[in-house]
Design a protein around this ligand. Structure first.
Ligand SMILES: Nc1ncnc2c1ncn2[C@@H]1O[C@H](COP(=O)(O)OP(=O)(O)OP(=O)(O)O)[C@@H](O)[C@H]1O
Ligand SMILES: [Mg+2]
Length: 316
């Protein structure tokens, strides 16, 4: 996702490949770019082609990257976790697209993934790697049916498991931790030419969403790529504007902002995020220690002394 140029529209970035590597004219290159985007399952490809990377969802950006890679009709495709941000139906669509290209051009694919189902469905051979060493190499079905190496067996035998705790007793049910009522998030719609100046439109990303999340509970949000999951999360974090009610422990971001710096800071500390795209959420200018330390310093006044001591102490 950080491979996309933030200063160019995604359509231009795909078309560039046709212009540079295939010597096509601008108009034809643009048409081909849109056709490639459409193949990856992006809705309204003509409109999306005019979007900048930050205006697309995580899965849409990943599909742009796939479209770019396939535009050059490569002989060898190195695909590093190509479908992690996609839901199952889209994942299958991308795999069908890769299979079709393989059949048409004889393209070879080096597929790097954690997803065992994906490997089983797509790969001819599977290599299992542990600590830099390829510990097992076998045709797919043989590897899945009779794994030899203990690490492969462990991989195939592990299933994510979570024992759900019963709701914590004695908590007042009336006071939810997160309350969303009729939340609406919208972004300005990009359309080209004079139309845009006369009547700017809106793209509604979250449409009247309501939910209640109690203390100690987990809510899972599932939905196809571009359905508004991250937009809703960003609204909870106060990173995008929204309409409707959105409260964390009874306090909305509007109230927190009006209440001044101390209240705003306290509210910020209560809500933390793990972003979908780690590369663009970590500053490339800071070390990992500085990145983690920054939060401790800002919210808890805990610092690491310069003397090289390994412990964090209260800041002076
Ligand atoms: N900054 C923005 N400007 C304009 N449109 C945006 C912006 N951010 C997101 N969108 C659009 O809003 C819609 C919802 O995006 P969102 O990122 O919330 O989807 P998502 O459900 O998280 O998808 P994914 O599973 O692909 O991450 C998408 O159609 C996306 O193109
Ligand atoms: Mg998302």
């Amino acid at each position: 996702m950080t491979a996309l140029n933030p200063l160019k529209t995604v359509g231009e970035q795909i078309a560039e490949i046709y212009r540079i590597h295939k010597n096509l004219g601008r108009r034809l290159a643009w048409q081909k770019a849109i056709a490639r985007l459409a193949e990856t399952g992006i809705a309204e490809p003509e409109r999306r082609a005019n979007a900048y990377p930050h205006q697309l969802s995580g899965g849409q950006r990943q599909r742009v990257m796939i479209a770019m890679a396939l535009a050059g009709e490569p002989r060898l495709l190195l695909a590093d976790e190509p479908t992690t941000a996609l839901d199952v139906t889209l994942r299958l669509q991308i795999l069908d697209l890769l299979t079709e290209l393989q059949q048409r051009n004889g393209m070879a694919v080096f597929l790097i993934t954690h997803d065992l189902h994906l490997v089983r469905r797509f790969a001819n051979r599977v290599l299992v790697m542990e600590n830099g060493v390829i510990v097992e190499d076998a045709p797919t079905e043989i590897l899945f049916n009779s794994p030899v190496h203990p690490y492969t067996r462990k991989l195939l035998g592990s299933r994510p498991e979570r024992r759900i705790q019963p709701a914590i007793p004695g908590l007042p049910a009336a006071k939810p931790l997160l309350l969303a009522d009729n939340v609406l998030v919208r972004y300005p719609r990009i359309s080209s030419g004079i139309r845009h100046w006369l009547k700017p439109g809106w793209h509604v990303a979250v449409n009247h969403a309501s939910l209640v999340l109690g203390k100690g509970q987990t809510i899972g949000i599932i939905g196809e790529s571009g359905s508004g999951k991250t937009s809703l999360a960003n609204a909870v974090l106060g990173l995008v504007n929204h309409q409707g009610v959105l409260e964390v422990e009874g306090l909305s971001w509007q109230q927190a902002r009006r209440g001044g710096k101390t209240i705003r800071k306290a509210q910020r500390r209560k809500i933390q995020a793990v972003f979908q795209d780690p590369y663009s959420s970590l500053s490339p200018r800071l070390t990992i220690e500085q990145i983690i330390g920054e939060g401790l310093q800002y919210h808890h006044r805990i610092c690491r002394p310069n003397s090289g001591a390994s412990e964090f102490l209260p800041c002076w």
